[in-house]
Design a binder for this molecule. Structure first.
Ligand SMILES: C[S@@+](CC[C@H](N)C(=O)[O-])C[C@H]1O[C@@H](n2cnc3c(N)ncnc32)[C@H](O)[C@@H]1O
Length: 244
């Protein structure tokens, strides 16, 4: 039997936001691989093996998925949100790069709704003009580079979305990020904290940079900082499509 490997995004949390394409591929799968809470979102059934693993083993997980597919498995690697945004799709290609024997495998990447876009739609339209996304974790890059990018993105006038803003193992860096943002953007710039978007634990708040404190973010939060024109309209936050 010919195997295949699909890397699929499960969206931000609400099952209604899983695309029909991803639902269809999960129904055909023999194996589902991924970080424990993401695999937990896939219903067990006969003929389906679930392979939940810890977060820090992305490359091993990708190699395991390639092996299973090469043996004839119909393998789905699941990510939250979109699999190409700070997630497993890159890890799979990194594994293929070091193991060219898998180069001919049938590999597909199926998109999902990334946290930034789910949060933006809850807020209104904070990403209506140019924006960028930055992962604030220094697990895979030096903190100095993150700070450098924060400054340049601020100076370039981008709205910004931050993934992985703050964790228990690195509680102080987000406080430094807020300092840098205040220096570059001033205290009146709007910053939104969107936690567990589209789940039952969803919590969303918008404050100014002067009012923001690090404890407003955790690892389930995506943070959106507006550009100089971003403003409130009623309960919404929006960024005009043109520059003032
Ligand atoms: C490793 S990244 C994975 C991102 C994912 N691939 C995506 O496209 O959304 C994990 C980070 O995504 C953000 N995130 C994921 N799901 C979220 C949700 N439902 N609400 C808010 N932030 C979320 C958080 O910033 C979290 O620390």
């Amino acid at each position: 039997m010919t195997g295949w490997l699909v890397v699929a995004g499960l969206g931000p949390g609400d099952d209604a936001l899983i695309t029909p394409e991803v639902t269809a591929v999960l129904a055909e799968a023999t194996d589902v691989i991924g970080y424990i809470p993401y695999v937990a979102r896939v219903a067990a059934r006969e003929g389906l093996a679930l392979h939940p693993t810890d977060n820090r083993v992305e490359l091993e997980r990708a190699r395991h998925a390639l092996e299973l597919a090469a043996e004839g498995g119909r393998v789905v690697v699941v990510s939250s949100g979109d699999p190409g945004v700070f997630a497993m799709a890159s890890a799979v290609f990194e594994a293929v790069e070091t193991a060219p024997e898998y180069g001919d495998l049938d590999i597909r990447i199926l998109p999902g709704i990334t946290a930034m876009l789910a949060a933006a739609s809850r807020l209104g339209a904070p990403l209506g003009h140019d924006f960028c996304a930055i992962n604030l974790s220094d697990n895979l890059k030096p903190w100095e580079l993150i700070e450098h990018r924060l400054r340049l993105a601020s100076q370039a006038g981008f709205a910004m979305a931050f993934y992985n803003p703050r964790s228990k193992s690195r509680p102080h860096q987000f406080s430094r990020a807020l300092e840098v943002l205040r220096e570059e953007c001033g205290g009146q710039r709007l910053i939104s904290f969107a936690r567990a978007v589209t789940t039952t634990e969803e919590a969303i708040q918008t404050v100014t940079l002067a009012e923001a404190v690090p404890e407003m973010a955790d690892m389930r939060t995506v943070v959106i900082v507006g550009n100089a024109d971003t403003r409130r309209i009623g309960r919404f936050v929006y960024t005009p499509r043109s520059v003032s």
